[in-house]
Design a protein around this ligand. Structure first.
Ligand code: ADP
Ligand code: MG
Length: 399
């Protein structure tokens, strides 16, 4: 994949209608935005377009509306927030690419801004329906993709629309692609990847691709237990994907054959049940990985493992981390994740963190400013890391 893509600075936007796909998938509670981080992050691109006299048509998905338009998934709250940050009116369309959106887009003057309704109100969005892509494209002269978090999905508003318009990236996508592209196309070695978290089935599949690229692969978090099972250990009530045990055996053999160091937990922190509430009190014990009792579950890496993993990070020149080492939401079970975040923060290597929860962990624990790059895209950064082509990036013009 070519990582050198044209950006908004490489195309004349003045007087043009610019359809800009953003990531306004913000958390809301009772109709109120609880974190506007993603909106704030999108502002440099929006401001550039406004300051360069574009007629700006913003769009995004928010949440997962299943049956068409629903007020609780309306982007009207987002339009209001952008308007406050921008200090000018943001016109809200009543639909995605229907009569109202088209009329409002046609009425835009240079420097005006409007926001389309939630792209997932249209069934064609996730199906990448050419009819929707054409309808979106018909409102604009240029397509700008600034939604890295959705770039691994071939949807109408993330990729399909680029079939009908010249397409370039915004600042957010540009930053993601240039930093990760540089780090991953030709990584400084040793290159260490750390995988953890709970989306075991998804992330196990990544391992096969990563073994082609890295010098060391570290596995912690929930997915470590399927490896432990593959080694013949009993894992009690820990997260386990029984259908992937043979796959894990293959991966261990592949790592060995390729000379890739595959580091797995040697000790783990266990409890008799998952804490409820998640940050509530929990009684734990630390045991060797081959000594998990049947009625217990592993919820964090142990101190010896944290030391082993941190050592590997210390000697690395490039580190990519996706997925917490344990149930970091609970202070008692956050120690392994804190140890890894500390190791990345202390390292001089290029350090990249992807994944919603991993990024949140780095931020909550106060390490964010010591990481080279925290990716806004969980799934997207993983696919990027695997060397897969992301439809939302591949569709943009090369420099
Ligand atoms: P990310 O969002 O960084 O990609 P995931 O969504 O895959 O990460 O996983 C994050 C979740 O994994 C956290 O909520 C954390 O509590 C959970 N987790 C980590 N380790 C374990 C474990 N051993 N057992 C159960 N859940 C775990
Ligand atoms: Mg997550």
């Amino acid at each position: 994949m070519n990582y050198n893509k044209k950006s908004i600075e490489d195309i004349d936007v003045s007087g043009k209608r610019v359809l800009c796909r953003c990531d306004f998938n913000v958390p809301t509670k009772n109709g109120v935005i609880t974190s506007d981080k993603r909106i704030v992050a999108a502002m440099p691109t929006i401001e550039y377009l406004v300051n360069h006299n574009a007629r700006v048509i913003l769009c995004s998905h928010m949440g997962k509306p299943k049956n068409g338009p629903a007020p609780e998934f309306s982007l009207a709250v987002v339009a209001k927030r952008i308007s406050e940050l921008l200090g000018k009116e943001v016109v809200m369309a009543a639909d995605v690419a229907g009569a109202d959106a088209k009329a409002k887009a046609a009425a835009l003057k240079d420097g005006d801004v409007m926001l389309l309704e939630n792209t997932r109100f249209e069934k064609g969005e996730t199906k990448n329906d050419p009819e929707l892509s054409k309808a979106l494209a018909s409102m604009a002269d240029i397509f700008v993709n600034d939604a890295f978090g959705s770039a691994h999905r071939a949807h109408a508003s993330t990729a399909g629309v680029a079939d009908y318009l010249p397409a370039v990236c915004g600042y957010l996508v540009q930053k993601e692609v240039s930093i990760m592209g540089k780090a991953l196309a030709n990584p400084e070695r040793p290159f260490v990847a750390i995988l953890g978290g709970a989306k075991v089935a998804d992330k196990l599949n990544v391992i096969n691709n990563l073994l082609e690229k890295v010098d060391t692969l570290i596995i912690g978090g929930g997915m470590a237990y399927t490896f432990a099972a593959a080694k013949g250990y009993s894992v009690g009530k820990s997260l386990l994907d029984e259908t992937k045990i043979d796959y894990c055996k293959d991966m261990m053999a592949k790592a060995e054959a390729k000379g890739v160091k595959l580091l797995l937990p040697i000790d783990v922190v266990i409890a008799s049940s998952f804490p409820s509430p998640i940050d509530g009190p929990v009684e734990t014990a630390t045991v060797a990985i081959d000594a998990i009792p049947d009625d217990m579950e592993g919820l964090d890496i142990g101190p010896k493992t944290a030391e082993l993993f941190a050592d590997a990070v210390r000697s690395a020149k490039t580190v990519v981390w996706n997925g917490p080492m344990g149930v970091f939401e609970n202070p008692t079970l956050a120690k392994g994740t804190i140890a890894m975040a500390q190791a990345l923060a202390d390292s001089d290597a290029t350090t990249i963190v992807g994944g919603g929860d991993s990024a949140a962990a780095c931020e909550q624990l106060g390490f964010a400013d010591k990481i080279t790059h925290i990716s806004t895209g969980g799934g997207a950064s993983l696919e990027f890391l695997e060397g897969k082509e992301l439809p939302g990036i591949a569709c943009l013009q090369d420099k």
